[in-house]
Design a protein around this ligand. Structure first.
Ligand code: S3P
Length: 168
């Protein structure tokens, strides 16, 4: 069973994913990390050198060609579901789980680690909120194709498990 955690940057895919995997005895896979291991560099550097289109193409290839263990929780990059047929591919190959969170909450969580994220790095707080609002509007129709849509505020691993158990 593959479970794909999807949602905007900062919604907690990696944090929740690690805890869920530990509870279920599944492997945890962070696709941003798989991407970085593959290029032996950072996403930030890859973006700067090759541009977003090249990043999206390689991200899609990594998503579809990674050799997944049979049981795993996969944290995907925030943009991954919104390009090519990635969302359809995930729905055909596992359970998609959207961690939904409002822009203000995302902005608060992203303010700290924004240097690591090439799309956010140079933004002021106000620009960050505006950016999140407009990107989320753009992306929501993809995220909402998930098999499970879960409120990310105060989402605990146990609550996530309860949601998932409906699909097992
Ligand atoms: C991106 C999200 C990032 C990473 C890249 C682009 C996006 O992943 O894939 O910086 O377009 O939302 P996280 O959601 O894990 O931060």
């Amino acid at each position: 069973m593959k479970i794909f955690l999807i949602g905007f940057m900062g919604c907690g895919k990696s944090t929740l994913g690690k805890k869920l995997a530990a509870k279920l005895g599944y492997d945890f896979i962070d696709l941003d990390q798989v991407f970085e291991d593959q290029i032996a560099s950072s996403i930030g550097e890859y973006f700067a050198a090759n541009g977003e289109d090249a990043f999206r193409a390689l991200e899609s290839k990594v998503l579809k060609e990674h050799n997944y263990p049979s049981n795993c929780i996969v944290a995907t990059g925030g943009g991954a579901p919104c390009y090519f047929d990635n969302m359809e591919w995930m729905n055909n190959n596992g359970i998609t789980f959207y961690i939904e969170m409002p822009p203000i909450a995302l902005a608060k969580r992203l303010e700290k680690g924004k240097e690591k994220r090439p799309l956010l790095r140079d933004m002021s707080e106000e620009q960050l909120i505006k950016f999140i609002e407009s990107k989320l509007t753009e992306r929501e129709s993809f995220y909402k194709r998930a098999a499970l849509i879960v409120d990310g505020i105060n989402l605990t691993p146990d609550r996530a498990l309860a949601q998932l158990s409906q699909t097992f």
